[in-house]
Design a protein around this ligand. Structure first.
Ligand SMILES: [Zn+2]
Length: 382
């Protein structure tokens, strides 16, 4: 058995469930930390396990450029390469090609782009992107899509959405023909990777709905909503999620890509999202921005210089158990490596704990009460 999704409890639109993958089980709703280059920056894998990380996201674009997907394949796949014997999800590289690389040229066949590292020329098609994802060997992989730029006109957004649908079909056909090439195929009971389709449609509700309906017609085991959190106002993000998610099948997992703040992820669960990833907790941590039960903290602030209290008195992570705000401020102000490590551990703990509490509340039928205590996300700063 390769992949299965089971909904255990529902409250309103929110769901608690379980994903079964070749490298283990994932309890949903789940937050997936971003490990761009097969590492969550500054945090060793054993610490990720202690934190209760269930599934990591790796970026195909980055691993394709460095160290190269063929090398990872020869080393047994990305789980073995990074010594993470748990589920991994890879994106298709589409988003990074559109956001990071220079001189990209998009045609029906795919995207020609230059590496942001050395300017070398590369080409991703739906087929070559899926080939890269097969070589990496993540448990869950994403169809190659075009992340429509924002803002974009209606006609342009429709054309882009149509191409993403054609690319989704090509992605699926390529995986179907090559699924046995995943590096761990023989060692995992001949199980294969799971491919999610991606809903696009820019900032137009009718295109979001149509994209969802037609992606579902292609029949994927799970669905992602992409192309959001690209600079649009937050109420629009909610409107677009709402426009798409009601057309996704209730028995398949739903993944909202690239969101959000701790308050927002709770509200996306309330809309029926099962999986989320975001660079925010890890990137913000490296810049000294910490999420706590008492609000956001900028640790470099001088008012923490003599504060011997814990970062977050309600957090049970090992950073809050051991170190003071004064010490964390000192590390950050001194540009010590440990500042980034400890800050990242705490922020991840805060996100993961939030999601665990959300899941528990859904299982107990208390999610509405939980949600009422979370500040409306459109008032929060992102
Ligand atoms: Zn903590």
């Amino acid at each position: 058995m390769s992949f299965r999704f089971q909904v255990e409890a529902r409250e309103g639109e929110a769901r608690a469930g379980r994903l079964f993958t070749p490298h283990g089980e994932v309890q949903t709703p789940v937050f997936m930390p971003v490990g761009t280059l097969a590492t969550v920056k500054g945090v060793p894998q054993d610490t990720l396990e202690e934190l209760g990380v269930q599934v990591l996201l790796n970026n195909t674009y980055h691993l394709y450029l460095r160290p190269g997907v063929e090398m990872v394949r020869q080393l047994g796949g990305v789980q073995k390469f990074m010594s993470w014997d748990h589920p991994i999800l890879t994106d298709s590289g589409g988003f990074q090609v559109f956001s990071l690389s220079d001189l990209r040229k998009v045609t029906e066949n795919g995207v020609a782009f230059r590496s942001h590292l050395d300017g070398s020329s590369h080409f991703f098609s739906p087929e070559s992107a899926i080939a890269a994802e097969i070589s990496l060997g993540a448990d869950i992989i994403m169809a190659f899509d075009e992340c429509t730029e924002h803002p974009a006109e209606y006609a342009r957004t429709r054309d882009s959405m149509e191409m993403t649908l054609r690319w989704a079909r090509r992605s699926k056909e390529y995986l179907e023909a090559h699924k046995h090439e995943v590096p761990w195929f023989a060692g995992r009971g001949e199980s294969v990777q799971t491919l999610f389709g991606i809903v696009q449609g820019g900032m137009f509700a009718d295109l979001r709905r149509e994209s969802a309906q037609r992606t579902v017609e292609l029949d994927f085991p799970g669905y992602a909503i992409g192309g959001l959190s690209v600079g649009e106002p937050r109420p629009m993000t909610y409107e677009m999620v709402d426009a798409a998610i009601r057309f996704l099948p209730p028995d398949k997992p739903r993944y909202l890509m690239g969101v959000g703040t701790p308050e927002e992820i709770v509200h996306y669960v309330a809309m029926g999202v099962d999986m989320m990833d975001c660079v925010l907790p890890t990137r913000a941590a490296r810049h000294g921005l910490l999420f706590t039960s008492e609000g956001r903290i900028t640790i470099k602030n001088a008012r923490f210089a003599q504060d011997d209290g814990p970062l977050d008195p309600n957090c049970r992570c090992k950073v809050c158990a051991r170190y003071s705000r004064a010490y964390l401020r000192h590390l950050y102000a001194s540009n010590e490596l440990l500042a980034q490590v400890l800050n990242t551990i705490h922020n991840l703990a805060y996100y993961l704990d939030t999601m665990r509490r959300v899941r528990q509340a859904i299982l107990l039928g208390e999610f509405a009460i939980f949600l009422s205590g979370v500040r409306p996300p459109h008032l929060s700063v992102s």
